[in-house]
Design a protein. Sequence first.
Length: 485
Amino acid sequence: MASLSLSISPNSDRLIDGIFVFPRRQLLRRVATISNPSGCHLLTKRSLSSSAEKNRRNKVAAIRMSSTSPASHSYDVVVVGAGIIGLSIARQLLISSDLSVAVVDAAVPCSGATGAGQGYIWMVHKVPGSEKWDLAMRSRQLWEKFARDLKLQGLDPQEVLGWKKTGSLLVGKTSDDMAVLKEKVDQLSKAGLKAEFLSSLDLKKVEPLVVVGEEGGAAFLPNDYQLDARRSVAYIEKENRKYAKEGRYREYYNQPVTGWLRSGNGEVEAVQTPEYSLYSKKAIVISTGCWTGSLMQELIRDSDIKLKIPVKPRKGHLLVIENFSSFKLNHGLMEVGYIGHQDTINNLDSESEIASISMTATMDTLGNLVLGSSRQFVGFNTEINEQIINKIWERAREFFPSLKDLSLKDLEKNREVRVGLRPYMPGGKPMIGPVPGLSNVFLAAGHEGEGLTLALGTAEMVGDMVLGNPNKLDNAPYALHGYCS
Ligand SMILES: Cc1cc2nc3c(=O)[nH]c(=O)nc-3n(C[C@H](O)[C@H](O)[C@H](O)COP(=O)(O)OP(=O)(O)OC[C@H]3O[C@@H](n4cnc5c(N)ncnc54)[C@H](O)[C@@H]3O)c2cc1C
């Protein structure tokens, strides 16, 4: 049975279609309190100067000391974090049960890694038989179903989600790369996917503008997809909000979770934001991406729970050239070196400035050329680094020599840079499951560079755990036991 109860808020918030609209004073305050409780991260595009940081800390302290008691609201499930993972989990619970769901975010959807995502839902760089393979395959199936269902409703998935079956090309230039690509094609074919090896000449026929040299070639998966992360999130939100009419859904944006309330028997009863205590009758799901480690540390600070979540931010830049008319791409492309960069366990200290750059190129349904991408451990810094943008551009030109006729300066007006913090996990797989010692608290975080791809499978897994349904996939690889100390 869905259950939701609301208390009258002492604030002058307005409830429109299930979304709490906060008065302007709160939004302004939010800008200063955008970090998590430990104050060690920022979601803004530019980092704050030290005086601004001091000012921010004072304001956070002022909020904590505020004497106005937060308004209490109650739901079956409270989801913390409104990135692709949190919103997909909310969607899953709404469509597969009659539970009421609240989504809380420190900022707004797409302010985390999700807003920077390039949007490929590809299998070409994945490893059949690896721990994540089944989750990736299931997730892809669920995305396909999502797109099919939209069509059945008379909607165009291309318009709604930016969904396109572009196929993917993993390209390489050297004979060593060819050995990797041939093996990849072999493995992917044995796993049941349509995969082809393309020589340099074959590649020219399907993607004329990419140049890999005579020795080069590609692994080609014609049935891979891409989507537009921002449009997909907007649609999922819109769908979720339909449940607000029947009192089953609410969003609390610009509300950082700063603490939680535990009952006498140790269960977590509610999460707290500066304005609200959000009670949960069944489950609390923490899906706060790269902020999950610091948030959990803060939440369990005064408890006997010993948990160390090793997720850390891995910064990524994307260069978007809007309305790009110089050429069209038929497929999504990625250089084979990307696999190594993605999997590299960082052996440098976490403040290292060294960035790895590998070429990824996609063209979205609006005709924007999206070039990636960088990977870098620089803490929670989200400032744009022009040197990295130049390197991404240079790397793209090595594969697309026709870009050498264009200068980045001339494209300034059409340029957008996306920066996001991927939630990196040292073992390369996300955490999905209950927090040991807290049976009603679930974590779903640490999807690094695959969160868009894995979102729907993750959401289904969490939904089944919360609802007590039989597992569709083995969830043991994602359990949190290994992180208890
Ligand atoms: C450049 C780049 C390109 C990428 N390309 C792809 C791609 O093509 N395909 C793919 O599959 N993946 C891609 N990814 C990875 C993907 O974007 C991420 O894995 C995914 O977005 C992670 O989603 P999330 O919901 O876990 O985290 P996020 O999107 O970061 O969301 C976390 C949310 O938690 C909120 N939050 C934080 N602290 C609190 C708090 N205290 N209280 C309340 N809320 C809080 C934040 O405001 C944020 O909205 C890319 C990432 C980057 C950076």
